[in-house]
Design a binder for this molecule. Structure first.
Ligand code: HEM
Length: 402
């Protein structure tokens, strides 16, 4: 018996040692590649490690993102390297990860010139080869322009405003009839139905349900919704704002553009939700030429991971960063030029759907708060891997308010 245990220990130790050797060999290889370039071009790559073969540092990243301290992965490396720009290996690709908001702004502003969008294979599969994020140059500019026109303020004001309200009313009425709904999936479905109606003129049907199911299964992503609405102070603030609008309109009448524009506190709640629970955690760019910034040089062809969500959760920039505090935005309503808060990216690929997303969230909140009350059916907690989502899908029951 003792022999067997010793044998097991030897085998196990050998396996660990072998793994360690492979690890060292792998890092030495990447190190050599760096040295080679260093000789020829005086390259000074940011500090860092590419971790284990194949998985790189994805496991450490996963551990941090699925914990209640999602910034841990970045914090650890910032301390270790004394730099918020470092080399890592995530989602199957070696990359320079940046949590430096100035550098991130520079990367996004130079899209098409010094950098171009390039997502790791695993994430690219989500977007499709012809997705806008996978095309470059003239085609990207053309398609981006079309998307901006399709989602222009004019269209939001006159088409989407009515359509969103109709869809939210009918969907929420259906939820009341059900004993239990999973809010996360239902919200995916609703947003997808809206896009199918607006862009493809498809009404909610088996086909749109099927598209949604595929989408949800595939991405497991969500637009996070603040989950502690009942009883919290900001819930009262929200309720007050929406009750005032309801009273001014004399009941449940269709909201107009000016009603939407008057929802100042709601926009603060939306900003805070996007800061803490944005599904877009990072953007990926490939360098088109050697990039020299400060004392670092990133060689041509490297991928830069613009970690905007790390800035959103950084104590240096947002006091008590993990606390949901919508009032922090009260004096900072115009966030379009705030490089410490960029949930919709920036530069030539700035999200063309940002205003639509805000409109959908605001109208949804208005109808949800003024017409219904709800009961959460289980404890819930968010997780950030691979993208933010609520672990149990937020099971809840919805009731008419009157
Ligand atoms: C909360 C909701 C949303 C968030 C947080 C978000 C975030 C983003 C971000 C960060 C980017 C830039 C990606 C990059 O630079 O690599 C982006 C691009 C894009 N978004 Fe959104 N988005 C949202 C909603 C929408 C909606 C509702 C639509 C359309 C209906 C949309 C359409 C697009 C498109 C087409 C691009 C690619 C633009 C280009 O590459 O030129 N987004 N989005």
């Amino acid at each position: 018996m003792a022999d067997q245990i010793s044998l097991l220990l030897v085998v196990f130790t050998a396996a660990v040692a072998l793994l360690h050797l492979i690890y060292r060999w792998w890092n030495a290889q990447t190190g050599q590649r760096k040295t080679h370039t260093e000789k020829n071009q005086a390259v000074h790559l940011p500090p860092g490690s590419t971790g284990w073969p194949l998985i790189g540092e994805t496991y450490s990243y996963y551990r941090s993102m699925s914990s209640n301290r999602p910034r841990q992965f970045i914090d650890d490396r910032e301390k270790r390297y004394d730099s918020d720009i470092f080399v890592s290996h995530l989602f199957g690709s070696q990359a320079v990860v940046s949590a430096d908001p100035q550098f991130n702004k520079y990367v996004l502003q130079n899209e098409g010139r010094l950098f171009q969008a390039q997502y790791p294979k695993a994430l690219k599969a989500l977007m499709g080869d012809c997705g806008l994020l996978s095309v470059h140059g003239n085609l990207q500019r053309k398609l981006h322009g079309i998307a901006v026109n399709l989602l222009s303020f004019e269209r939001l004001k006159f088409d989407f405003m009515v359509e969103i309200q109709n869809l939210v009313h009918s969907t929420l009425d259906r939820w009341v009839d059900e004993k239990e709904i999973f809010l996360q999936n239902e919200c995916h479905q609703m947003v997808l139905n809206l896009m199918a109606k607006q862009l493809l003129d498809l009404s909610p049907s088996k086909e749109t349900n099927e598209i949604c199911k595929l989408f949800v299964d595939y991405t497991n992503a969500m637009i996070a919704i603040p989950i502690k609405i009942p009883g919290s102070t900001y819930a009262k603030g929200l309720k007050e704002e929406h009750d005032v609008i309801l009273k001014a309109k004399g009941g449940h009448k269709k909201l107009e553009w000016d009603d939407y524009k008057s929802m100042k506190f709601t926009q603060c709640v939306i900003n805070e939700t996007l800061r803490l629970g944005n599904f877009s955690l990072a953007m990926f760019r490939e360098t088109k030429e050697d990039i020299k910034v400060k004392d670092i040089l990133i060689p041509k062809g490297w991928v830069v991971c613009v970690f905007s969500s790390a800035t959103h959760l950084d104590e240096k920039f947002h006091n008590e960063a993990l606390t949901f505090n919508p009032w922090r935005w009260e004096l900072d309503q115009d966030v379009s030029n705030n490089h410490l808060f960029s949930p919709f990216g920036g530069g030539a690929r700035l999200c063309p759907g940002s205003h639509l997303a805000r409109l959908e969230l605001a109208l949804f909140l208005h109808i949800f708060i003024t017409r219904f009350r709800w009961e959460a059916l289980d404890d819930e907690h968010p997780s950030y891997f691979p993208l933010p989502y609520l672990a149990k899908g937020f099971p809840m029951r919805l009731y008419n308010r009157e």
